[in-house]
Design a protein. Sequence first.
Length: 324
Amino acid sequence: MSTPTMKDVAALAKVGVGTVSRVVNNKGAVKESTRRKVENAIKELNYQPNEYARGLKTNQTNTVALILPTIWHPFFSEFAYYVEAELENRGYKLLLCNSEDNYEKELEYIQMVQQNKVDGIIGITYSDLDKYVSANLPFVSIDRHFTEDVVYVTADNEAVGRLAVENLIEKGCTTLAYIGGFSKIPNETRNRQKYFSKEADKRNVTNYSLEMPEPVHALKKEVMAFITEHPSIDGIFTINDFMALDVIEILAEMGKKVPEDIQIIGCDGIKLGMHRPLIVSTIQQPVEEMATCSVQSLMKIIKQEPVESRIVLPVKYIDGKTTK
């Protein structure tokens, strides 16, 4: 059985192909009674518009690409979930790029925008793409700014660092530490350590930092040496919740209990399921709001409407089982 075409719909509805096109694309005036006839014909024939062909004519594909470093990290997976939901509300499809920080893969997706294969990109990327990401590209970045004035959405990472200090002190910690990896590509998450140290110094609280270049290959060795060198540490803030889990495991091997001996706060607000509890005490990023704002911003760029270039969203501390 052949795939029904726009001509088939027009013939069944007894209207012109142009009328069917106006109904399908929701453009131009069509009488309500005629629209109903066309919609009934579409339903009866199970006609599916050719999105690619429509895109060639309109220079629009109604498809947005999302670049993620990995889908194995719950924060990125949850972010993708909310991005797709918001796009669906707007009649758009999602094309997912699980880049694994692969420069070539990410560059291919940027070229897809230039070739009109997708309408725009939302990107969480730590690759060296600066020279390819320009202000006139429909691109919204998450947690990272580029040399050109590219729109980006981020959680308030300065507040993340300050809240970690504030809550560890409130819970009785007297010697604080930060543990985290860092990318060679500058991004907003570096502010977590920076403002953690600033806030601790401001409060005259002893604090240390263990910052390791990514990818981190010898985490256990580094953390064990760090804790051994600074035995008075009783409160730790990690760059993210996964790092907190790794540190808890390493501390257990050293005979230290969490939270009895050392309290730990992570960042992100990761859950292992939508209705599961948080995995650690954490500074929660507003992942749904970040996703919604990124889609809203991209739509404005695509429509060439004014858009805020830097959107910073609030964070909050949530108690878990790794603090007292």
